[in-house]
Ligand binder design. Sequence first.
Ligand SMILES: *Cc1c(COP(=O)(O)O)cnc(C)c1O
Length: 340
Amino acid sequence: MIDFRSDTVTKPSSGMLEAMMKAPVGDDVFHEDPTVNELEQFTAKMFGKEAGLFCASGTQTNQVAINVHVRPGGEVITNVDSHVYKYEGGGIARNSGASVRLIEGNRGRLTVGDVSKWINNPEDVHLPLTQLVSLEDTSNRGGGAIYDFEEIKRISKFCKENALPLHLDGARVMNALIENGVDPKEYGAQFDSISICLSKGLGAPVGSVLIGSKDFIYRSRRVRKAFGGGMRQAGIIAAGGLYALKNNVIRLREDHSNARVLEYTLKKLEWVNDIIPVETNIVVAILKDASKRDKVINQLEENNVKIMAFGPGMLRFVTHLDISSSDMDQTIEVLKKIEL
Ligand SMILES: *Cc1c(COP(=O)(O)O)cnc(C)c1O
């Protein structure tokens, strides 16, 4: 099967597995796992942050960060399609008792105008206190769209002036940085906290890292424990993440070029109406006839190509490190033969 459903379907390579098997481990709740410590420091340093916290998933890093930043009754400004709101099981309300101000935005992104418009007047007792702004780069529902770094800087400046913490759901932040060439340290300086997924395009089997100031991570460690995320000899999985950050970042370019090949191929097919312009590793095709969506998905699957529906009349292909060039050739052939 050639699996384009998500960049989470990758399996650890032999080099990664070897690193995992050889990893020195200890009890991480006692801070005694050298591999977890190394991964946390390595990730923090990469973005010019003081400290890191290894978590079980990107949902956990986001939810821990939100819980540290906001109090019950507070409000988070985020995009209507953001993962923190839409795909984390209602976690903002469930875990932190906070409210959300949802912004329509453009392909999952906010502007400084959105943030300044919706920050509540703290003197007005009717309104929830705005306590956090959360961005997503790249945006998943936005079809892998990248933020304009100048806009991030404007949002960051506004947040600083208003003592409003700024969080980044950077599940695919490496896809953004490899494409826009922004220095990770300069990028990191814009945010109070960043969540980075190791198990997406980077190809590790498990885990995400939350980074921020020493004090922020100190508080996050307590929340992670309360959320059931204090792990023991977690170095075995952290080693996969460390290997991923050291070996699988530059090659994200291949995924992006494969995504552009898919965009080019799909555009020429008569049953495709449009493609959301590809910026990274996500390709979203909009069909001419929305009712044919499942027929396309089934025909592809009969020919060993798996993809996902992405809402009514839309298909999503995600490229990743387990898609080879022969997989690409085969997929293009299959796509050209689809009959509706
Ligand atoms: C995948 C993803 C996450 C985290 O998902 P987990 O499955 O919990 O690791 C967070 N944000 C975005 C934008 C994602 O795509």
